[in-house]
Design a protein. Structure first.
Length: 286
């Protein structure tokens, strides 16, 4: 058993070293621009890049397409695909790196059952890396929803006071900081550079990619040629609805915070189960 575990470990370690060295040669330009604070293990990412290259990964699954769209929303159309591929490399780097020492763990503790620690940690880290983009997207949506309440209230007030839509838009865009306001300023800049008002608003809605914002943009575009009367009524109604959505958002955050308190308890339970199972498995000869 000792010889078998050692042989498996040597094969795993050799494959991992090969991926790291070969990937470092082929993908150093992909890794260099990454921020070390956000990507602390970026020096190991050649492992994931090279592995994906070896298996000729297509990046065409439904989940891949969804992640790519999320990356384009977060990082922009220009850099979206780059960060998507970095995310994929990160996931497989964690998977392979934490799988690699599994046989060695069994040897150190003198029991093959401890080899399971490697796969468990590997898949936990794989899942963690997989959810990073989703978590960033969710936080971005929550931030936009939070900022939207104030923005649409200001818009209703200014347009009701007689200001035309574009002037109200520009004024509000410069009135505060935040993701939503940055996207508004980007739309203002596009209009200043010759993009039509309709296309600029639609682009703003697509970049935000939040349902309430897209609904607002749709109504805004429809009323550009009709005048402000219907738009003011809609903005008032939407302002009230957005504040209700904000209340629900705060409530959901509170529930999520409560559920996170269960994580330490779960970890304690897992530790207790391990302490019970290991002696039992040792006695029955595993």
């Amino acid at each position: 058993m000792v010889i078998a575990l050692m042989a498996v470990y040597v094969v795993f370690a050799g494959f991992w070293i090969f991926l790291l060295i070969q990937g470092g040669k082929n993908y150093s330009d992909m890794i260099e621009p990454l921020d070390k604070k956000s990507y602390m293990l970026k020096s190991l990412y050649p492992v994931g890049f090279e592995f994906l290259s070896l298996i000729h990964y297509s990046y065409q699954s439904n989940s891949d397409k969804k992640r790519l769209e999320q990356c384009k929303i977060i990082f922009g159309e220009k850099y979206g695909e780059y960060y998507f591929r970095v995310s994929m490399a990160e996931r497989y780097t964690y998977l392979i790196t934490y799988l690699m020492p599994s046989p060695l763990i069994g040897l150190i503790f003198g029991n093959p059952i401890f080899c399971l620690a490697g796969p468990i940690v590997a898949f936990v880290m794989f899942y963690y890396a997989d959810t990073k983009i989703t978590d960033i997207t969710k936080k971005r949506e929550e931030k936009i929803t939070d900022e939207f309440c104030n923005m649409i209230s200001k818009m209703a007030l200014l347009i009701n006071a007689g200001m035309i839509t574009k002037e109200a838009w520009d004024k509000i865009a410069d009135s505060s900081e935040g993701i939503l306001y940055e996207e508004m300023r980007r739309a203002s800049q596009e209009m200043a550079n010759g993009v039509s008002e309709v296309d600029a608003y639609i682009g703003f809605g697509d970049r935000c990619d939040v349902a309430i914002v897209k609904k607002f943009v749709s109504m805004l575009v429809q009323n550009l040629s009709k005048g402000n009367k219907e738009l003011v009524d809609f903005l008032r109604s939407e302002s009230a609805l957005s504040w209700e959505e904000k209340k629900h958002l705060v409530k959901r955050k509170g529930e999520a915070a409560s559920s996170k308190l269960m994580i330490p308890l779960t970890m304690i339970m897992i530790g207790i189960f391990i302490m019970i199972l290991v002696p039992i498995c040792s006695k029955i000869g595993f």
